[in-house]
Design a protein around this ligand. Sequence first.
Ligand SMILES: [Zn+2]
Length: 233
Amino acid sequence: MRTVRSNKTDWILQSNHENLKVYLHQQSLASIDTSESLETITLAYEIALTYVAPSAFEESVTVLVVKDADHMHQLIKKKSSGMAFPRQHLVVEVVGVIQTSHELFHLLSENFWGKSAAWIEEGMAIHCDNQWWGHNLHDLAAYLKQQNRLYPLETLMDNTSFHSANSLYSYPQAGSFVKYLSENFGKDAMFTLWQTKNFQETFGNSASYVYHDWLRSLDSLSVVQIDYPIQDL
Ligand SMILES: [Zn+2]
């Protein structure tokens, strides 16, 4: 089991929600407005909860806000800007980098729904925020398609390939695809897909058929030039 350790006196507890405790690390305070940050995280929690659950989450959720990527690595021994620990009802995030619903979605969805395929979990976390790095999901996917930075369906749907793909592209790709599925089939169907991981059963068509429909839908968008890094796949 992963554990997070730190000296308690280094943290400032903030809370304006009965089931949410936000601990801001002393060294993260220089770069933020404390009350604004608390409001942002509380709103992100409420958005994630509305997206995931028909009811309140009775457990107390803790968000630790750390100062930078090195601090994150020190605490959780992983390189990441944010991570959810659903069983511990804990999210750890780098200050100013996330503060969206993404990690809180992971926490809540695993507690309410259990696990799914990686691309569905990430795609829905991104759809919950309805943006990636501030970009509209479909506009960004259309731009990435034009730049040949979308992965084949097989890469998206295999957990190992998805995790080894460049998340700069695989994550917003999954986000736009999930958004397309939600827009066309409804959120309840996405919940069915989460459980079954079966396109035929959920949407009445094969994954390949639905995926290519999504790809074609991107062609109908006028591609805007987006400021987004283009690296090798
Ligand atoms: Zn994620």
